[in-house]
Design a protein. Structure first.
Lengths: 61, 173
């Protein structure tokens, strides 16, 4: 699994899990039209991963 | 001073005492004037007149007491009304506060457990054994594990062929 550690590297996904020592307040951001989004900043030892739905392999031999 | 008053008026004074509990004998003596006081006798009409006067004073004092109690009652009613209004305001404030609290994100503290990688792997496998489709964040939250550790262990399990990506869940989004 690739781990991006360089400044400027970005993640783009529908679902990203994150953890950090400090997370700033969530701000509502007005996007195009009636769409609204939220934004925040993760600080200190931040870690983000694009989430994948996983399930057990039942018919494993 | 009562010794100077004759027997008949003395009985009237006791009668007046009955009329008014806070009757003062000195009032009668001072009211009769120095001339009558000198003769050691209080004339009956004067006593009766003074009795009427005293009753009038008693009535006035009673009226005064009623009027002051009326004022108190009025103030009491005013305070009750203010109390009702304040209670309504307080209820509205409580409602607004509860609405605001409900809209605020609640912080839930998850204490991360310090497990060895092997123990964490066993617990993750046990969780997947329930047959559920899980995201990294679900596992981390349910087992109280560090997100990075969960991702690493899940990668290892995927490589070992224990778990796989749920395509159906991917399509559902």
């Amino acid at each position: 699994m690739t781990e991006h550690v360089n400044k400027g590297d970005a993640l783009r996904a529908d679902r990203i899990a994150a953890s950090a020592r400090d997370i700033s307040d969530i701000r509502v951001v007005n996007r195009t039209g009636a769409h609204k989004g939220q934004s925040t900043i993760l600080k200190d030892n931040a870690y983000c991963v694009i989430e994948v739905p996983l399930k057990i392999i039942t018919n494993k031999k | 001073m009562t010794e100077m008053i004759s027997e008949q008026p003395r009985s009237l004074i006791s009668l007046m005492r009955g009329v008014s509990s806070d009757f003062d004998d000195t009032v009668v003596i001072s009211a009769q004037g120095t001339a009558s006081f000198g003769s050691m006798e209080i004339p009956m009409p004067l006593v009766l007149e003074k009795t009427k006067l005293l009753r009038g004073i008693q009535l006035i004092s009673t009226f005064g007491a009623v009027s002051s109690s009326d004022i108190l009652e009025q103030q009491n009613m005013q305070l009750r009304n203010e109390n009702i209004i304040l209670k309504e305001i307080l209820n509205k404030i409580e409602e607004r506060l509860s609405t605001l609290e409900a809209s605020q994100p609640r912080e839930k503290v998850i204490v991360l457990r310090e497990l060895s990688v092997d123990d964490a792997k066993k617990e993750i496998k046990k969780l997947f054994a329930t047959g559920r489709t899980l995201y990294y964040s679900d596992i981390a939250r349910e087992l109280g594990l560090d997100l990075r550790m969960v991702v690493d262990i899940c990668d290892a399990l995927q490589t070992q062929g224990e778990i796989t990506v749920d395509d159906r869940a991917c399509q559902q989004g």
